[in-house]
Design a protein around this ligand. Sequence first.
Ligand code: NDP
Length: 444
Amino acid sequence: MNYTEEVRELLKKINPGEAEYHQAAFEFLDSIQPVIEAHEEEYRSVCLLERLLEPERSISFRVPWVDDNGQVRVNRGYRIQFNSALGPYKGGLRFHPTVNGNTMRFLAFEQTFKNALTGQAIGGGKGGSNFNPKGKSEREIMAFCQSFMTELYKYIGPDEDVPAGDIGVGSREIGYMFGQYKRLTNQMHGALSGKGLASGGSLVRTEATGYGLLYICEEMLKAAGKTVEGKNVVVSGSGNVAIYAVEKAEQMGAKVLTVSDSNGYIYDPNGIRVDVVKEIKEVRRARIKEYADMVPGSTYVDGKKVWEVPCDVALPCAIQNEMDLEDAKTLVANGCFAIAEGSNMPITREATIYLQEQGLLFMPSKAANAGGVAVSALEMAQNSARKRRSFERVDADLHRIMENIYAQVALAAEKYGHAGDFVMGANIAGFRRVAKAMREQGWV
Ligand code: NDP
C-alpha cells in the first residue's frame, strides 16, 4: 500500500461514517498523489498526512437560549481549528440545521488549503451550529448569537482564530456576536471579520466571494480564448455568494437566467434583476418565489434545481452536493462548457469526474470562492493597522489575488503533467504551501 492509501484507510477507521469529510479528503489525496510520490519517505517519516488530516483542535459546546414563548431551547455549537501552520485559524460560521461534526470537519479541511491559495497569513478553521435561523424573530437571532459567543469567545482572538460568516450568518449575526465578544472581553479588535462598516468591517467584504468567483471565472475563460461577456449563466442559491455573483456577472456583460433557494428556482429570460433579489433576500428575508410576482416575464419552478436550464456557464452558489451526476449530464447535454464553484464542494465526486472527462472548464471551490476569505484577511490587516481602505483599493486587491490564484492553480496542474486540471492544481498548490510551513515547524 502506498502512503496515501494507508492514510485513506486510517481516515475511514478513525472517522467512520463521515461521508462529506471522506469525499473532500479522498479527492485531495488523489490530487496530491504525484507530489507525495516524489517525497514519500520524507513525508511518511514525519507523519505529515496523518497530522494534516487531524484537526489541531475540535471544540463542541452547548448553546442554550430562550425563544419568544419563554421556552428554553438547546443547540450544539462547533469550532474546528484545523490548521494554524500559516497563521491564525480563519473560516466562517454556519448556522443551518444540517450542521454536524462531519460537515464542520470537511469545511475546515477545505478552508485550510483555500486560505493557503490566497497567499495571506491565515490558517484554516470552520464553525457553526445546527441552529435554524429561518423563521426566527430578530430577538431570537440576537439571543442565539449572544449565547453562542458566550462560549466561543474563550477560543478566538485576532492572533488566534478569526471567524467570519457563512450560510445563515451575515453581517447582522456577526454584529450581534461581535457585540457580545466585546462585552465579554472588553477588547475592540478584529476577532471576527465580515463586520458591518460602522463596527470596523471592510468595504467589499459583502461582495467579495461572488465578485471573486467571477474574476477567477473570467481568468479561466480568457485562457481558453473566451469571456464571460455575452454568455448565458445559471446561478443557484440567492444568498450572499449568489447575489454578488449575479451582480458581477451582469456587470461583465453576461445574462444570468436563474437564482434559487431550497424550495425552488426563478427563471428570468430577460436576465435576473439583482436589485429585486437583494430586496427579497437582504431586506425582507423572504422566499425567492416572490420574485415571480414582482418581475413580469419570470417564472417560479417549485421543487426543481436550476441545472435543467440550458446555459454556457454554471455557477453553483448554494450548498454542498447540490449537483449530482444526473444534473451534470443534463448541463453537458444542454451545452454548458464552464463551471466555477461558488459554494463549498457543491458537486458530488462522480459528477466532478464526469464533468472533467467531458472537457469542461472546471474551477473548484477551494480556488473559486477564496475571494471572501481573502478580503476577510484584508479586513484583519485594516483592523490591526486601524485603517480603512477605499472600495476601489480593496476591489483591486481582490482582483489581483484571484488572478494570482488562477495562475498558481494553472501552473501547479501543468507542472505535474495535468494542464487544465484545476482540481488537481488547487489541491497541489494549497498543499505545498501548508506542507512547507508544517515541515519548518517540526512535529506539532
Ligand atoms: P447564505 O445563507 O447567504 O445563502 C445560501 C443560499 O443557498 C440560500 O439562498 C439558501 O436558500 C440556498 N440553499 C440552501 N440549501 C439549498 C438547497 N439544497 N438547494 C438550493 N438552494 C439552497 O449563504 P452564503 O451565500 O454565504 O454561502 C453559500 C455557499 O458559499 C456555502 O457553501 C458557503 O460555505 C460558501 N461560501 C460562502 C462564503 C461567504 O463569504 N459567504 C465564502 C466562501 C464560501 P434557503 O434560504 O432556502 O436555505
